[in-house]
Design a protein around this ligand. Structure first.
Ligand code: IMP
Length: 193
């Protein structure tokens, strides 16, 4: 059993980590270990932000820490919102404003191709870093579809699932998602270690 601390205040990500990693891992939240910090995501790459979050939490706790930095990459918008996905609408973590801005920017655009990306970092107190990545391909919908998930989920049509992440079950989404794929790669790397 591998014990690690999830370097996130996002309850949705924490739930996905636990579901995807299953019983071989004990995933503890920041709350459970009595830590209240919001690590500033000031790097301009997914890896830079994930590394920063995992390192800060591992150094604070003396335990292994797992961080994800993720976002939505839209081809017709030159890769935006990308690493700035959480604050695209102007307010950090405001999913409603983020989706409104995305729909506005995509108004009149017929090339809807997009993907979610996740970079995962597992940082050990020894300084060892394991890095993993995952992507899921899709298209930006013309309107919000479904109430499941979080962030941009209900504007994302998954090609693998043939439906919006907003209507997919959590299990279905985690089976194909960027975070699901990155975590599977992480587990493979841990097994080869
Ligand atoms: P960060 O990794 O905390 O910087 O935030 C990533 C942002 O990307 C989130 O606030 C969401 O807006 C978006 N995002 C990342 N993963 C997902 C997902 O699985 N579904 C929907 N939106 C996501």
């Amino acid at each position: 059993m591998i014990e690690l601390i999830a370097a996130t205040n996002n309850a949705n990500k924490l739930r996905e980590f636990r579901q995807i990693l299953g019983n071989d891992f004990k995933v503890m939240s920041l709350k459970e270990v009595g830590i209240s910090v919001d690590v500033e995501e000031d790097a301009d790459t997914f890896y830079g932000n994930a590394l920063k979050k995992a390192k800060v939490i591992s150094e604070l706790t003396g335990k292994a820490s797992l961080a994800d930095d993720s976002g939505l990459i839209v081809d017709a918008l030159g890769g935006a919102p990308g690493v700035y996905s959480a604050r695209y609408g102007g307010e950090d973590g405001n999913d409603v404003l983020n989706r409104q801005k995305l729909l506005k920017e995509m108004d009149g655009i017929s090339d809807r191709k997009a993907r979610f990306h996740s970079t995962i970092v597992l940082y050990f107190p020894s300084g060892e870093v394991i890095r993993a990545e995952g992507n899921v391909e899709g298209e930006i919908l013309y309107e919000e579809t479904g109430d499941n998930g979080f962030g941009y989920d209900n504007l994302f049509y998954s090609i693998d699932l043939g439906e919006s992440f907003g209507t997919a079950t959590e299990e279905a989404k985690n089976g194909v998602s960027h975070r699901g794929r990155a975590l599977q790669q992480l587990v493979e790397k841990l097994n080869q270690r």
